[in-house]
Design a protein around this ligand. Structure first.
Ligand code: SF4
Length: 622
């Protein structure tokens, strides 16, 4: 007999006071949506495979929740990964995973969707399916089980999870997801089976049905090609494009969490895409072309979000916020609105070369908190390799102005292990930090207290659909050696601190990012061995992952340390991101020669996206 909502509520009530952060399991937050049973066709359980605190800060959830819940055919409810204490308590008392809004068991939803934001959340997906009582493998599920789907940036190579999903949605979700749900509802109402429904759904641009394809491997276990098992399946699945951001709704009433979450603020996405062409950046490639929302709409959405939420902070989100063509006028209007209401404005992604100190000074007023910049590499040579078109003069010039305006700390983001990197490049990171400290000391313009620089170093992870998709990654030992090299240099510079990440996590990230379907067994085995919340240092279990890889016969260097020949078939070739393989290869070769490619706003670089959708990037600067 299946469990009812009342059963769920009773069991939940009985254990809430025994777990950490009970408010993250109760729902009922202001602006969350309740729909009556029978008023819609399709119940969609939107699963974020990490905690409530993290998932509630993901803007995509807010966007899709708003769009789907405005339809009369679909009801989207939220589900987050319960923390480990809650997972144990749920298992103990037989409480299955449930939706926050109506406490419906997730197993009773029509569609269960997972967002794939980062690879280290993959085991949480299996955890959530298991807690819901849903068979993990798509082949083991019956007509009565929900359809399990996925989307998000990592969905561009969902092969390591392909056996678990019935369908994967590639690209912008605003138009694709509602249409997918509408067709699903229609098909099921008319009595079509799941397979017949998937055959219809795969006709939508951006829908990939993994079971309609089978990977073929060579004798040495390397990927050879994808073979169709369903003749009507497309040869390649082209991603979905949202051509005009102004045509789709943006949330005006964000949900107000009842407990603290990572980012508690109104969020406005000014534009999607990026024209800069950094060669390591997957988002910069897969979200092409740039699509801007109008200044009027951005202002309107920002104000409505603030009014409807009561938040006292507004964040302007985009891949490179200060590249927005109407940046200064929009900012001046928003600052005018926010100042009198004591609302602060944050700009999470700014560039060093077009940085508007006038705006920053207006925003921060007297409250000079840390400034954050991302030079990414320590020398000009390596910045040219990665196409991060920023010079040392840009960096020092920006810091010089910041000091004049009263800032006394700066945070710098770098990557280590980038292609062609030498020890000189690694030491270049310390050199920049030292030059900044020298500059701060030499200016000595009445700053109170000491100036400080925080250097944060991420390990480079090569990602599919970028010009670096073929490159080898540093081994964990090489990462560790470079960390030591940098630490020894930086500890001699007063006022500079260094932060870096675990090396084996980055190795695993590269394996999961570039692997194929052969990894489904590894992920399942790692989950069986207790892996979950792998992106949390306190939960990451290196030994269990190593065991899972070994037991499945997959080397820790799988697609990782050796690199991939540029003419080798790739597991993710089945997906067409719209950016051509020729462009990626051209960029890869230019990187090897240390040649840069200009910003798309200066001239078109022929990435191929304009064959599929309008691209207005070129000429935006004129
Ligand atoms: S089509 Fe040209 S301008 Fe548009 S994103 Fe591609 S390279 Fe840039």
């Amino acid at each position: 007999m299946s469990i009812t909502r009342n059963d769920v509520q009773q069991k939940l009530d009985s254990l809430l006071m025994t777990v950490e952060r009970p408010a993250s399991y109760i729902g009922g937050e202001p602006n969350s949506v309740l729909k009556e049973d029978g008023s819609f066709d399709v119940r969609f359980a939107m699963c974020f495979p990490d905690t409530y605190e993290i998932g509630m800060s993901w803007n995509g959830l807010s966007i899709l929740y708003n769009i789907l819940n405005k339809t009369d055919f679909c009801y989207m409810e939220r589900v987050f990964a319960p923390k480990t204490d809650m997972q144990s308590a749920m298992k103990k008392c037989g409480l299955p995973l449930f939706t926050l809004e109506t406490k419906t068991p997730v197993k009773n939803a029509d569609i269960v969707g997972f967002t794939l934001q980062y690879e280290m959340a993959y085991t949480n997906i299996l955890c959530m399916m298991d807690l819901a009582g849903i068979p993990l493998y798509s082949a083991d599920r019956s007509e009565d089980d929900p359809l399990i789907i996925a989307g998000g940036p990592c969905a561009f190579n969902a092969e390591p999870l392909a056996d678990f999903f019935d369908a994967v949605l590639i690209g912008d979700g605003e138009e694709l997801l509602p249409e997918f749900c509408r067709i699903y509802g229609e098909c099921r109402r008319t009595g079509l089976t799941k397979r017949e429904t998937l055959l219809k759904l795969q006709e939508l641009q951006g829908v990939y049905v993994p079971s309609f394809y089978k990977p073929v491997y060579g004798e040495d276990g390397s990927f050879v090609r994808m073979e169709k098992t369903e003749p009507s399946a497309p040869d390649r699945v082209l991603r979905a494009f949202l051509s005009d951001l102004n045509k789709v709704d943006y949330p005006e009433c964000p949900i107000n969490p009842l407990t603290e979450v990572v980012q508690e603020r109104a969020v406005c996405e000014l534009f999607r895409g990026c024209t800069r062409g950094c060669r390591f950046c997957q988002a910069g490639m897969i979200y092409r072309p740039v699509r801007e929302r109008s200044k009027e709409k951005n202002f309107e959405y920002a104000v409505r979000q603030l009014e409807n939420s009561g938040y006292d902070e507004l964040s302007l989100l985009s891949l490179s916020t200060s590249d927005y063509s109407g940046f200064e006028p929009l900012m001046l209007d928003l600052i005018d609105y926010c100042k009198s209401r004591k609302i602060s404005v944050s700009l999470p992604s700014l560039r060093l070369d077009n940085f508007s100190f006038r705006i920053l000074d207006e925003i921060q007023g007297m409250r000079k908190t840390g400034l954050t910049f991302a030079p990414e590499a320590g020398t000009q040579r390596l910045r040219d390799v990665i196409n991060k078109n920023i010079t040392e003069e840009d960096i020092l010039g920006a810091i010089d102005k910041a000091i004049d305006l009263g800032w006394n700390s700066v945070k710098l983001y770098f990557m280590i292990g980038l292609p062609t990197e030498t020890d000189e490049d690694v030491e270049g990171i310390a050199d920049i930090a030292e030059k900044i400290m020298d500059l701060a000391r030499s200016k000595n313009n009445g700053m109170r207290g000491r100036f400080s620089v925080s250097v944060s170093v991420a390990n480079f992870v090569p990602k599919p659909f970028t010009p670096f998709q073929w490159v080898p990654q540093n081994s964990p030992e090489e990462f560790a050696r470079k960390h030591d090299l940098l630490r020894n240099r930086i500890r001699r510079i007063k006022g500079v601190t260094l932060h870096y990440h675990e090396s084996f996590v980055s190795t695993l990230e590269a394996v999961l990012a570039r692997g194929g379907r052969e990894l489904c067994g590894v992920i399942k085995r790692a989950w069986e061995l207790g892996c979950r919340f792998d992106s949390w240092t306190e939960h990451f279990n290196e030994d269990a992952w190593r065991t899972a890889l070994k037991e499945c016969g997959i080397g820790e260097d799988h697609y990782s340390l050796t690199g991939i020949p540029t003419d080798a078939p790739l597991p993710w070739d089945i997906i067409d991101s719209g950016v051509s393989g020729e462009f990626l290869l051209r960029e890869y070769n230019k990187a090897a020669e240390g040649r840069t490619t200009p910003d798309c706003r200066v001239s078109c670089n022929g990435c191929g996206i304009n064959k599929h959708t309008d691209c207005a990037c070129e000429g935006m600067l004129k």
